[in-house]
Ligand binder design. Structure first.
Ligand SMILES: C[S@@+](CC[C@H](N)C(=O)[O-])C[C@H]1O[C@@H](n2cnc3c(N)ncnc32)[C@H](O)[C@@H]1O
Length: 222
């Protein structure tokens, strides 16, 4: 079990690259379920996963896809990608940086993504020439969605607030779910839809007043 899920590998990689790995343990199945909730129930969606690590979300996404569509998983860490490729032969595993997302999808000819799922730490969003959230919005189909998680106890900390502002600037609608207590530490998921172009982001005032999408059951405004 430990070998298959890669828990030991995850802990080792945390001590090797603490900032980049950002967590001592992988996300729980309960959080993974919440992240995968957004996978379209029909058709052949293009799903892109950023920072899959040892595959906590990958497993839930694969279950949801049930062999449909394409699933591209991008992680910088070669030990993580090696493990992931062995564990999930149906997933297109890429060892690269999330910033290279447009090039990676172009090389693979996937077309626009229907869903981008991020398991990346917020530190990754604070670097790079082009804001990563803008890059993510740029590869999504107009009706595509972006989902990421945040630890509840850091909700009002500066990096989490900055990240929310970036997501709000790049997406017309952002909704956040209830706390997933069965995760260490407890976390919540937010789902952004209505991707904006870089030109729209630049033109938008920092305090966007876009009307939120109608709230689904169990979902609160961000
Ligand atoms: C917090 S772990 C999350 C792993 C998994 N999604 C989970 O929830 O258990 C973050 C992962 O992001 C990867 N990562 C960090 N920076 C990255 C980057 N710039 N591009 C791609 N992957 C990155 C790390 O190697 C690590 O596997």
């Amino acid at each position: 079990m430990v070998e298959r899920t890669g828990h030991a590998l995850f802990v080792r990689e945390f001590f090797r690259h603490p900032v980049r790995t950002a967590s001592l343990v992988p996300s729980s199945p309960a959080l993974a379920e919440r992240m995968a909730d957004v996978v379209p129930a029909t058709g052949h969606p293009v799903v892109v996963e950023l920072g899959p690590g040892t595959g906590a979300f990958t497993h839930a996404l694969q279950e949801r896809l049930g062999g449909r569509g394409r699933h591209v998983a991008i992680d910088l860490n070669p030990r993580m990608t090696g493990h992931l490729a062995r564990r999930f032969p149906g997933v297109e595993v890429v060892e690269d940086s999330a910033d290279a997302l447009p090039r990676i999808l172009a090389e693979r000819g996937t077309g626009p993504a229907d869903l981008v799922v991020s398991g990346l730490p917020f530190t990754v969003f604070e670097t790079g020439e082009r804001p990563l959230v803008e890059t993510i919005a740029s590869v999504l189909a107009p009706d595509g969605a972006y989902t990421q998680f945040s630890y509840s106890w850091t909700r009002w900390a500066a990096p989490a607030r900055r990240q929310r502002a970036r997501v709000r600037a790049s997406f017309a609608h952002v909704e956040t779910g209830r706390t997933v207590w069965r995760n260490f530490p407890p976390a919540f998921v937010y789902v952004a839809s209505g991707p904006r172009s870089s030109a729209e982001v630049t033109a938008a005032a920092p305090t966007s007043t876009s009307a939120p999408a109608p709230a689904a059951a169990g979902v609160l405004p961000l």
